[in-house]
Design a protein around this ligand. Structure first.
Ligand SMILES: Nc1ncnc2c1ncn2[C@@H]1O[C@H](COP(=O)(O)OP(=O)(O)OP(=O)(O)O)[C@@H](O)[C@H]1O
Length: 678
């Protein structure tokens, strides 16, 4: 099974194919060149590749330096071999592997991660940008060729009727233009590549920050958040080739001005004044432009939110007859947005058109002033034409710059929101080294634990003290909104306590790696959200390395197999967005299967049968009974029948545990009215 489908040369597994075969066993690993003495005990077991295509599994080093081995040709027993003897047979290469489930965000990605998203990302493409700047330098130098060519033709070739010189110049300038074409193509390619690279790195980093964010900072409105991510497009545009070209071109304006100064003397003041004038206009129009853009962005986010919420809650909109209400809200938003967008367009085209006008007027002034200089004998005819052409070239980037200002402002606003997203507090902190606990015993303890949801006044959990021993089966009951689900969410690490502590196996949960924690907890949330894809995708989500046999076992236990068995598509059944193609009860079956898949020591079930019928629930209870023997079970439920699974009962009210004890005793006290639920 490990080698099935691999391109095996001569039916033998080669070192190159080892990682691929290992991946099928849920391992990730690499073949490395290592001397025997460079293989530390901590990296064991490792597969040593021996000479003549043989191999041996190095289990450990003995104190005297001997190796404990499993040899490929032996019948499975362990052997001890002296290090020197092993060294003679060892090819120098070993295969080191570790379980794939140690989910490491920075591992195995094709896209590098950066510490400062913008600066470092640009830095990664610096050579591409340097190449583009170098190409720009040459392109701009070639750009000086045309005016100089025309000037020489007017001043030297025409008066002397020097046809030979004309041809030399023409061939020269044509050659330069061909080179120019090559350079421009190269520059475009460099900038496109840099843009693509930047885009990929920022997008990947952004997504990583989003999925890694602490739940406490989850955006209040998904739609506006998604819109902000979408706005990232404008930053991408800003960094895209055309814009960057004009930024690169700008410094060369100085060079062109220098040439105008050399050829036309005081004529250089005309483009200088035009430039200052255009910049002043651009600067004056900035304030209203930024204000309008700011409002436009906020309103686009609002529009997106409204759209997403309406789509997601279409049933509710319809059954409540709220269509016209939503329609009105929508029309109001797009109406205002349309007006604002028009204003942004007007302001930016006003800025562009005024800049163009200044450029054209500068040309006229240049000709008029130039003619006076020619009359005074201070400038040649060719000189004037060259200056006129150079004036156009110098002021060209200025027009682009005015368009750039709009884009820059858009990009700046986007930068601001991307920055905010990049700084979202994360679940994992890079500077913290959490404890690695592959398997937990299942003890849970809460000490004076308090928790309030963000932006809420009343605490969801108030001074909770609880000790759960490994293997205990506890039912948690209480009125709606009493804090039962919140208790579960804290245990699974979705939220952190504001004060007090939560210990798992005697260790503060903040010291444990969240993926280890969740690996050890099978959690069925109250509100089950499946991901679009096949049923199988959902069953093995986050644990794709699990063998089919175990998947089937979990499916049978949870009751998934019961409804899949009869379906023509079987486990390839598409569950639809958020699992909407399945019934509520079926979704619960799927979530339960996923929770049981890795055989975790802790089961945290938040009303796992609330949407099931009595028969389904009864069958599930029987199957669960068989597997929970050694597990710690915390079962939140409103159904009395489910309590047969537990032997201890907690009653939660207003965020506090008001009763805790053996199930029968607590039930009895409840009946007698000794426990009062406010
Ligand atoms: N994401 C949230 N943001 C803000 N407040 C929340 C959030 N989730 C729950 N709450 C509040 O916390 C309190 C406890 O909610 P919790 O979901 O833990 O109750 P519960 O006992 O599980 O209720 P139910 O039996 O209805 O599921 C409630 O007052 C609720 O309004």
């Amino acid at each position: 099974m490990l080698t099935a489908g691999l391109p095996l040369p001569g039916q033998r597994l080669t070192p190159e194919l080892l990682p691929r075969a290992a991946a099928r066993a849920g391992l990730q690993g690499r073949v490395l060149q290592r001397k025997l003495e460079q293989i530390p005990a901590i990296a064991l077991p490792a597969l040593l590749l021996l000479k003549e295509g043989r191999c041996a599994l190095l289990l450990s080093w003995e104190e005297n330096g001997d190796a404990r081995l499993l040899l490929s040709e032996s019948d499975g027993g362990e052997v001890r071999v002296k290090r020197e003897l092993l060294a003679e047979d060892y090819s120098g290469q070993s295969f080191f592997a570790q379980p794939q489930h140690k989910f490491d965000l920075n591992h195995g990605s094709l896209i590098p991660r950066v510490s400062h998203w913008f600066r470092d990302t640009l830095k990664r493409s610096r050579w591409l940008y340097i190449d583009a700047v170098a190409a720009s330098l040459l392109i701009n130098l070639i750009g000086l060729g045309a005016p100089l060519f025309v000037m020489n033709v007017y001043d030297r070739v025409v008066p002397n009727q020097a046809a030979a010189t004309l041809w030399v110049l023409a061939i020269g300038i044509s050659g330069a233009y061909l080179f120019d074409l090559l350079l421009k193509t190269m520059r475009g390619l460099c900038l496109d590549l840099a843009g693509k690279k930047t885009d990929m790195i920022i997008s990947a980093t952004l997504f990583e920050r989003i999925v890694g964010m602490a739940m406490k900072n989850r955006p209040a409105r998904v739609g506006s958040f998604a819109q902000n991510i979408h706005e990232f497009q404008s930053l991408r545009d800003f960094l895209a080739s055309l814009t960057m070209t004009s930024v690169i071109d700008l410094p060369f304006t100085l060079l062109i001005l220098l040439v105008i100064g050399i050829l036309g003397g005081h004529l250089v003041w005309i483009p200088v004044v035009a430039f200052v004038l255009a910049m002043t206009i651009g600067w004056l129009l900035q304030k209203p432009l930024v204000e309008t853009m700011d409002r436009t962005m906020a309103l686009s986010a609002e529009r997106q939110s409204s759209l997403i919420e309406t789509l997601a809650g279409l049933d509710a909109v319809k059954v409540n007859n709220a269509e016209s209400e939503r329609q009105y809200l929508w029309e109001q938003t797009i109406g205002t947005l349309g007006r604002l967008e028009l204003r942004v367009k007007m302001l930016s085209s006003l800025s562009l058109n005024l800049t163009l006008l200044i450029q054209q007027l500068a040309g006229v002034v240049m000709i008029v002033a130039g003619v006076y200089l020619i009359i005074a004998g201070e400038l040649s005819m060719g000189g004037l034409i060259a200056c006129y052409m150079l004036n156009g070239r110098a002021l060209g980037p200025m027009t682009q710059l005015s368009g750039l200002i709009t884009r820059y402002q858009q990009a700046r606003l986007t930068m601001h929101s991307v920055n905010h997203m990049m700084e979202l507090p994360q679940e994992r902190h890079e500077d913290e080294r959490p404890l690695t606990r592959q398997t937990l015993q299942g003890a849970v303890e809460m000490r004076q634990l308090n928790f309030t949801y963000p932006n809420q006044q009343t605490p969801a959990l108030n001074n909770i003290n609880l000790i759960v021993r490994p293997g205990e089966k506890i039912g948690i009951v209480g009125r709606s909104g009493s804090g039962k689900s919140s208790l579960a969410k804290l245990i699974v690490g979705l939220y952190q306590a504001d004060s007090g502590s939560l210990l798992i196996d005697g260790v503060d949960v903040r010291q444990l790696d969240v993926s280890d924690l969740r690996h050890n907890i099978g959690y069925v949330p109250q509100d089950i959200q499946l991901l679009a894809g096949t049923l199988r995708d959902n069953l093995v989500s986050g644990a794709r390395y699990v063998e089919d046999e175990l998947v089937l076992q979990a499916a049978e236990l949870s009751g998934v197999h019961e409804f899949v068995r009869l379906h023509p598509q079987g486990y390839e059944l598409q569950v639809g967005e958020r699992g909407q193609n399945l019934s509520g009860g079926q979704r619960q079956n799927v979530a339960l299967a996923r929770a049981l898949l890795l055989d975790p020591p802790i089961l945290l079930l938040d009303e796992p049968t609330s949407s099931m019928d009595n028969t389904g629930e009864e069958r599930l209870k029987q199957r669960l009974n068989a597997v929970i023997t050694n597990k710690t079970v915390l079962l939140v439920t409103h159904r009395a029948s489910m309590l047969s699974l537990v032997d201890r009962l907690l009653i939660v009210d207003k965020g506090q545990i008001i009763a805790d004890g053996p199930k029968d005793a607590v039930m009895e006290a409840l009946k007698k009215g000794q426990i009062s639920v406010a």
